[in-house]
Design a protein around this ligand. Structure first.
Ligand code: GAR
Length: 198
């Protein structure tokens, strides 16, 4: 009998529906996946992703930022402690809609990744699809990148492109990009983890 190879433990931070988190968890259920999802944390108590995580058998916690008032770092210290207690080695941000302080970014430097709904370096920040359409771009897409203190500025690990169609609305484009995100993110996280394990 051979030992199964070690799997790296990933913590996922969400704020909303968590469809990227779900794609990451589903990939982790496959036998050849190099990571396990050890914990999902939401900063919003009503995030739909919390129930989705639990339905997939993953531990999920609410750490509500509003309990910490203006103390962003205090919120992050609580998140950090929960991730470390769960043995997490990597953080994947999946629709986590809080600007991070240097405490979390520097504490997890090189071990935290994010998915962003644009072809970075184009359109960091919010409202990416509308901005791409208003610029007359032929293509939109998504990027997985390392998290640094700059807004959506870390090294890009992978991208997926989708055409912007003449009759697209922001919602139709966002839906097609989101479907591409669900393909890209699990693949990038698995590749990232494999590199980290070697
Ligand atoms: C995704 O499109 C993700 O790329 C985006 O929020 C959505 C979350 O959807 N993230 C950002 O804009 C981060 N700046 P999900 O909750 O269904 O994964």
């Amino acid at each position: 009998m051979t030992d199964s190879p070690a799997r790296l433990r990933v913590g996922i931070l969400i704020s909303g529906q968590g469809s990227n988190m779900e794609a990451l968890v589903r990939r982790s259920l496959e036998p050849d996946c190099p990571y396990d999802v050890a914990l999902v944390i939401s900063n919003r108590p009503k995030a739909a992703g919390l129930a989705a995580a639990e339905a997939l058998g993953v531990a999920a916690r609410i750490i509500d930022h509003s309990d910490f008032g203006q103390d962003r770092e205090g919120h992050e210290r609580t998140i950090d402690a929960a991730l470390r207690a769960a043995g997490c080695q990597v953080i994947a941000l999946a629709g986590y809609m809080r600007i991070l302080t240097p405490f979390l970014v520097e504490g997890w430097s090189g071990r935290m990744i994010n998915i962003h709904p644009s072809l970075l370096p184009n359109y960091p920040g919010l409202d990416t699809h509308r901005r791409a359409m208003e610029a007359g771009d032929a293509e939109a897409g998504c990027s997985v990148h390392l998290v640094t203190t700059g807004l959506d500025a870390g090294t890009v690990l992978g991208q997926a492109r989708v055409a912007i169609l003449p009759d697209d609305t922001v919602a139709s484009l966002a839906g097609r990009v989101l479907a591409a995100e669900h393909q890209l993110y699990p693949q990038c996280l698995a590749d990232f983890v494999r590199t980290a394990l070697t």
